[in-house]
Structures are given as structure tokens and as C-alpha cells.
Design a protein around this ligand. Structure first.
Ligand code: NAD
Length: 296
């Protein structure tokens, strides 16, 4: 299939490489020449704009940092919508707010292009391994059309509902994840301060009711899990600044429906504190550093 791919960063780069490996033909665009070169080396053709990348494509995929970039790439005069042929489906896998996803979906549909928001979970490891989970805001027919393309980049695809609901699912999951990591950090730190061996405490939590992903897969206490970011200086995971961005999306979305987000708002402030202390580039489990001490 002829695919236009825009946004070749930490996630988009390996996703595009996997589509090439799956036998698709890619025309790519990014602002970074380094990112473009890596895609060319993997077998892609480059375009001079999102518009050009969309022109010859049978499906267009975008993987960009935030809503402002997504708006520009779709709606600008050299954007995707200016170049794409009618009927060609569009997929945005960036994590953005549901309202922007709906706005782009409406603009696309006006000119005859079905649009799906399809944010992912699985991180850079999942992007490289081709095992991402896609949370897809699309009707059943569009979902079925897109599934074979998404299968080149991921293992699980979930149809969430109408346009925007993929982003809703992503935001709610990361809201819970951001909060649960703080809870695990607080409990692990308290246990260590009160004298229990951290490995023992983690083993108990992980077979008890406190068990969760933040405890059993990404435990923030160094040395508990050899393969977790906490055991390699909090590098190579999900950056705290990205978590801060996602919590901001959740808090904004909650304001739109006038729902209080008590723990979410507090979590946002804690990750913001971490960022202000210059720790925003570390894995979000480094939130445990806010509790002080030499060991974490
Ligand atoms: P990134 O910053 O590594 O990559 C973004 C890419 O977009 C860069 O190469 C940048 O040059 C390009 N770009 C920016 N503006 C552009 C424009 N106007 N035109 C063309 N290219 C442009 O980000 P990432 O880590 O790949 O994340 C992408 C999205 O995926 C984000 O929304 C993020 O929240 C989400 N996400 C990231 C992870 C993760 O672990 N990194 C996990 C899940 C979801």
C-alpha cells in the first residue's frame, strides 16, 4: 500500500520502519533532516511538505508531538488536507486532546476523507518491536479498513467509538498511570524508611491488593526490577514531561465536562515540580525523587 507518514520521531521513526518491513511503500515528511535520512535509509521516499506526502498516498498516518503540530500538519495550506485525494483515510496516532481530534475529523470529512484518532500505548519499545496497542476512534467500517495497516505497527487494535474516543481512552489510561506511579513511589519510599527491604516490600505488593503496572513492571525503587528504568538511572522509559503533557490533557478535558479531577490535578502539580527541578527528561517513575533520600 502507498502510505504517507508524517512525524518520524522516537515513535514515528520505528513505526514507519515497521511499515516498510511489512512491505508497504512510504512517502515521508518531518522537519528534522536526521529523522528523514533514517527513513530514507530504511527505504522510504521523502516529500517536501505534508501536502506532497499525502498526494500519492492511499492512507496517511501522522505521529506528532502535540495538538498544535497536528493542526498545522493537517490544516495549513501545505498540509495533508490540501493534498490528499478524496476518500483516502487519515490516521493520527499522536496523543492530543479529543476536541482537536474531532475538529480535524470534521474538516477531513467535509472534503470526503474519513479520519481516525488512533493514539498508542506501548512506548518506544513497543514501537520498535511492532507491538503497540492502538486505541481507535472510528466507526466499524473505517476501523476494518485501517486494521491491516495498523497491524504493521501493532499487536492490539481496539475500536473505542466515534472520532475522539481513542484520545479519551488514552488520556484516561495515562491519568490513572500517572497517579498510580506516585502511589507506588510513596509506598515504596515509606516502607524503605520504616526499615523493610525494598525487594521484599515489592514482592508483597505484587502478590497483594496494591499490585499494579507501576509496582510490578516499572517499580520506581532502584534495584527492585533489573529491567525497569529505575535500575538504570531512570533513562530510556516514558519521559516525565510527556506524562505532564498527558495529565494536562486530562485536566483540560475534565474542565470541559466540569468534572473535578482531584488526584489528577495533584499529580499534574507533582510532575510539574519534577520538571521544574530539571528532572522532566527522566522516566516518570523518577517522581520518587520528590520524596528525597540518597537511595532513589
Ligand atoms: P518526538 O518528539 O520524538 O517526535 C515528533 C516528531 O515530529 C519529530 O521528529 C519532529 O521533528 C516531528 N515534527 C514536529 N512538528 C512537525 C511538523 N510540523 N511537520 C513534520 N514533522 C514535525 O515524539 P514521540 O516520542 O515520537 O511522540 C509522538 C507522539 O506520540 C506524542 O504525541 C506522544 O505523546 C505520543 N506517545 C509517545 C510515547 C513515547 O514513549 N515516546 C508513547 C505513547 C505515545
Amino acid at each position: 500500500m502507498e502510505i504517507g507518514f508524517i512525524g518520524l520521531g522516537n515513535m514515528g521513526g520505528p513505526m514507519a520502519a515497521n511499515l516498510l518491513k511489512a512491505g508497504h511503500s512510504l512517502t515521508v515528511f518531518d522537519l528534522s533532516t536526521t529523522a528523514l535520512q533514517a527513513a530514507v535509509d530504511a527505504g522510504a521516499r521523502t516529500a517536501a511538505s505534508p501536502r506532497e506526502a499525502a498526494q500519492t498516498s492511499e492512507v496517511v498516518i501522522t505521529m506528532l508531538p502535540a495538538a498544535a503540530h497536528v493542526k498545522a500538519v493537517y490544516l495549513n495550506s501545505d498540509g495533508v488536507l490540501a493534498g490528499v485525494r478524496p476518500g483516502v483515510p487519515l490516521i493520527d496516532s499522536s496523543t492530543i486532546d479529543p476536541a482537536t481530534a474531532r475538529l480535524i475529523g470534521e474538516a477531513a470529512l467535509k472534503q470526503g476523507n474519513p479520519f481516525a484518532d488512533a493514539p498508542v500505548s506501548g512506548g518506544t519499545g513497543g514501537a520498535q518491536a511492532g507491538t503497540l496497542t492502538f486505541m481507535v476512534g472510528a466507526d466499524a467500517a473505517l476501523f476494518d479498513t485501517l486494521k491491516p495497516v495498523l497491524a504493521g505497527m501493532g499487536k492490539n487494535m481496539v475500536q473505542c467509538g466515534e472520532t475522539g474516543t481513542g484520545q479519551v481512552a488514552k488520556i484516561c489510561n495515562n491519568l490513572l498511570l500517572g497517579i498510580s506511579m506516585i502511589g507506588v513511589a510513596e509506598a515504596m519510599k515509606l516502607g524503605a524508611s520504616l526499615g523493610i527491604e525494598p525487594n521484599k516490600l515489592a514482592a508483597i505488593i505484587n502478590t497483594s491488593t496494591g499490585r499494579c503496572w507501576s509496582a510490578d513492571t516499572c517499580n520506581p525503587y532502584p534495584g527492585v526490577l533489573p529491567n525497569a528504568p529505575s535500575s538504570r538511572g531512570y533513562t530510556g522509559g516514558f519521559g516525565a514531561d510527556l506524562m505532564l503533557k498527558d495529565l494536562g490533557l486530562a485536566v483540560d478535558a475534565a474542565r470541559q465536562v466540569k468534572q473535578p479531577l482531584l488526584l489528577g490535578a495533584l499529580a499534574q502539580q507533582l510532575y510539574q515540580t519534577m520538571s521544574m527541578q530539571g528532572l522532566g527528561g527522566l522516566d516518570f517513575s523518577a517522581i520518587i525523587k520528590l520524596y528525597g533520600g540518597e537511595d532513589a
